[in-house]
Design a protein around this ligand. Structure first.
Ligand SMILES: N[C@@H](CCC(=O)N[C@@H](CS)C(=O)NCC(=O)O)C(=O)O
Length: 303
């Protein structure tokens, strides 16, 4: 049975980043299809309230945010070539830029009125209203995902021209082999390519399309579907974790941009997960769960 359980949903671009990475690294996974909107009653006990998608489960441990998930998979799948030492800082910076700024651009582009027809989330007025209400709750206290459509379109166009020109000179963003940055840029473009009304806007960038097809060909690897209840039961049946050194007995960890639902517990040292905030929680009916967040993009405060 594969070690990793990915909690994701089909239409989620950040999930696509992880699905493709798993395919590229040939890491088998079990995948739980979570609902696109809340509630997610079998997942929240595992994450302690963190609700961004996707999350990766390994036994009683949860890995949040694809920046951290990618590092765990790269280490496990011997994918160090995706983060070559000589370019590591700049590749991680481009990946972060794509996962934040470029994602914000493509959210505005993907949800423009002409792209909504055919989107199952907007099939009926009731479904559209439920989705909008859920995302309003998700975004409470933040404007970090908002961008005016005209601004988004002009930035998107400028960037596609630049990328098309660069990819005329080399196969991937940082040379002849893919790096983590390619996966972060890929999921943003995938979000656009998934919308039939927008595909023609991409087709005018042939080098981008060639690169996109090469990335798509990595596939999703060996995937087994899993039920949400089974994933929860699997965590519950795992032995308790080895004693961790407590760094602070009570903290709250939260993203710095959007999806500002905090997770509370004890901050502990977890040597197997570098550059992370690792929060040990006691979940009723489940026992100890260790939830890891990357430091990049998150804040941790003592309570
Ligand atoms: N920085 C996060 C961003 C994740 C993110 O924004 N995911 C979107 C879906 S692609 C989300 O959480 N949407 C709200 C939800 O699924 O509840 C990551 O890399 O994992």
């Amino acid at each position: 049975m594969p070690d990793f359980i990915l909690h994701q949903y089909a239409g989620s671009p950040f999930s696509e980043k992880v699905r493709l990475l798993m395919g590229y690294l040939d890491l088998p996974s079990q995948q739980v299809e979570i609902p696109v909107i809340m509630p997610r009653p079998q997942l929240m006990p595992l994450t302690g309230g963190y609700r961004r998608t996707p999350v990766l489960q390994r036994g009683r441990e949860m890995y949040c945010d694809t920046a951290l998930i990618a590092k765990i998979l790269i280490a496990q799948g011997e994918g160090q070539a995706l983060l070559p030492q000589a370019q590591r800082a700049v590749i991680e910076t481009v990946a972060y830029w794509a996962d934040t700024f470029l994602f914000r651009v493509v959210v505005a582009v993907a949800f423009q009125p002409k792209a909504l027809s055919g989107n199952p989330l907007f099939e009926s007025d009731a479904e559209a209203a439920a989705f909008m209400a859920d995302r309003a709750e998700f975004s409470k206290g933040s404007t970090a995902l908002q961008m005016d459509l005209a601004v988004a379109l002009s930035h998107f166009d400028l960037w596609l021209h630049q990328m098309n020109s660069q990819l005329g000179a080399q196969a991937f963003l940082f040379g002849q082999a893919p790096t983590l940055a390619d996966f972060s840029v890929y999921h943003c473009l995938w979000f656009i390519a998934e919308r039939p009304a927008l595909v023609a806007d991409l087709a005018v960038f042939p080098e981008v399309m060639r690169w996109f097809a090469q990335m798509t060909a990595f596939g999703h690897g060996r995937v087994q579907p899993m039920g949400a209840e089974d994933a929860l039961q699997l965590a519950a049946s795992e032995p308790f974790l080895a004693k961790q050194k407590v760094l602070s007995p009570s903290v709250s960890v939260c993203p710095i941009d959007y999806g500002l639902q905090p997770v509370t517990g004890a901050l502990v040292e977890a040597e197997h997960v570098p550059d992370a905030y690792s929060v040990l929680r006691d979940e009723p009916g489940l026992g100890e769960v260790l939830v890891h967040f990357p430091r990049l993009g998150f804040r941790c405060v003592d309570l």
